[in-house]
Design a binder for this molecule. Structure first.
Ligand SMILES: Cc1cc2nc3c(=O)[nH]c(=O)nc-3n(C[C@H](O)[C@H](O)[C@H](O)COP(=O)(O)OP(=O)(O)OC[C@H]3O[C@@H](n4cnc5c(N)ncnc54)[C@H](O)[C@@H]3O)c2cc1C
Length: 419
């Protein structure tokens, strides 16, 4: 291997972007990928369609970045969502914007984007080695001198670690980079699955496949409301998912893993005030002749959810044992504040993203360079940086990958010209 070279670990979104950027500046780049091909995770993003960015402006975009949007600001501004779209267009990937300002390849296939990145790496002469898991990194006096891969030492002048997080480990993201970060003196913040399914107590898995649209949902930790959202939820085999379920999952998972009680309060009729809803219920009850209030509830919700709703709200369904007046008040309360206690969540095997990671305090936000090792860079999900669903996580990977590749290249080129 050339002496003045850059090694990138991980051929995911961040690693490929770093490799392309450094190689385009004339640096000799070697990319080591554990799996048999590049972008295994990218291929499954956006249900195989790859929602690769979001065109909201920074003000709005940044409200979807956690836990430190300021850290992303510099790399986002130097390689923004619009730059990402233009970059992909320049390598032959046209895009379309969909609901929620989410951007997808026009082909509707994630593989288009992966193939284009792989093609670009080939064109620029990046040496890509598959089935090549890095086992260790070699650090001497705060300088990375190389990596160990398949028992062999590879020297380098700079290293970009872009090994992703812990979610969907079958794609190759098994958290190896955290070990490299710790070995080189970095600390890790608490890691936990985010954008994941929440399992309510007494959940009926027959609900899988049902979507509730335009509901309001509050996340409660203990008796405190900690997040309020409006939108859609999906019921799946794993519990509650969908845009709203995912959005509250970050705080919910953290609360549960810290031993706190966590529940959801669902308002099935957010567009109608309580008094208005009550008078509508009363009016309809006047006409109601049935013997079971389950039949009555059908006027207010999809049939698939009625039993779970009535049971969960301890509503007696027999019209004989509960008067219409009594039922009306309880039913109205339940429609406006249906409480679901969350008992667990789906872990990394199916979480979209890993929250937490390499502590941002130890990384320069303007360069992605370590504050501890002078030639070590981090990019992508390995960082303590994550986003909501909507294209934010891939934009984090592209912006930080671009920055890491660029700055690693400058470092190498500066040291070459000084020799
Ligand atoms: C099902 C699913 C759907 C998603 N959909 C979207 C979406 O539509 N939009 C969006 O913005 N985000 C989405 N995400 C999140 C997004 O895919 C990730 O945040 C992003 O891919 C992270 O990029 P990365 O390059 O940091 O890591 P990864 O893409 O995980 O890449 C890391 C690479 O490093 C390799 N690697 C790991 N260890 C080693 C080692 N020791 N040696 C060599 N190589 C190694 C891995 O094999 C892997 O190829 C989705 C995630 C999932 C799981």
């Amino acid at each position: 291997m050339d002496n003045q070279s850059l090694i990138v670990i991980g051929a995911g979104a961040a690693g490929m972007m770093a490799a392309i950027t450094a190689a385009s500046k004339g640096v000799d780049v070697t990319l080591l990928e554990k799996r048999e091909r590049a972008g295994r995770k990218l291929m499954i993003t956006g249900k195989g369609r790859c929602n690769f960015t979001n065109i909201k402006d920074w003000q709005e975009f940044s409200s979807h970045i956690h836990p430190n949007k300021k850290f992303l600001k510099h790399s986002f501004h130097s390689f923004s969502n619009q730059d990402t779209i233009a970059f992909f267009e320049s390598i032959g990937v046209e895009s379309v914007v969909e609901r929620g300002e989410r951007v997808f390849p026009k082909s509707g296939r994630a593989v288009t984007l992966v193939d284009a990145m792989v093609g670009e790496m080939e064109k620029l002469g990046v040496k890509v080695f598959y089935n090549s898991a890095v086992e260790d990194i070699v650090v001497s006096d705060s300088v990375v001198t190389g990596v160990v891969c398949r028992g062999q030492m590879y020297d380098c002048n700079a290293l970009v670690v872009a090994t992703g997080g812990l979610s969907y480990p079958s794609t190759g993201s098994t958290g190896d980079g955290y070990m490299f970060a710790q070995k080189s003196g970095h600390t890790l913040t608490e890691r936990f699955p985010s954008l994941t399914a929440l399992m309510p107590i007494g959940y009926d898995s027959n609900l899988a496949g049902l979507t509730l649209k335009n509901i309001a949902m509050s996340l409660m930790v203990g008796s405190d409301v900690v997040q309020e959202e409006v939108g859609d939820i999906d019921f799946t085999n794993n519990g509650i998912e969908g845009p709203l379920g995912f959005r509250v999952s970050r705080k919910a998972v953290k609360a549960i893993s810290n031993g706190n009680k966590c529940s959801l309060s669902i308002d099935l009729k957010p567009a109608v005030g309580k008094e208005q809803l009550k008078s509508r219920i009363n009016k309809e009850l006047e006409q109601f002749q049935g013997s079971s209030y389950e039949t009555f509830a059908l006027n207010f919700m999809p049939s698939a959810i009625v039993s779970f709703f009535m049971e969960g709200n301890k509503l007696d369904v027999s019209a004989k044992s509960m008067s219409k007046k009594e039922f009306s008040g309880l039913f109205c309360d339940a429609l406006k504040n249906w409480r679901l206690s969350i008992v667990s969540y789906t872990s990394y095997e199916r979480a979209v993203v890993t929250a937490g990671g390499v502590s941002l305090d130890q990384i320069y936000s303007k360069t992605m360079k370590s504050r501890i090792c002078e030639n070590l860079f981090f990019a992508g999900e390995i960082l303590d940086l994550d986003g909501d669903t909507g294209g934010y996580n891939l934009q984090i990977a592209f912006s930080t990958g671009k920055k890491a590749g660029e700055e690693a290249a400058y470092l190498i080129l500066r040291s070459t010209s000084a020799d």
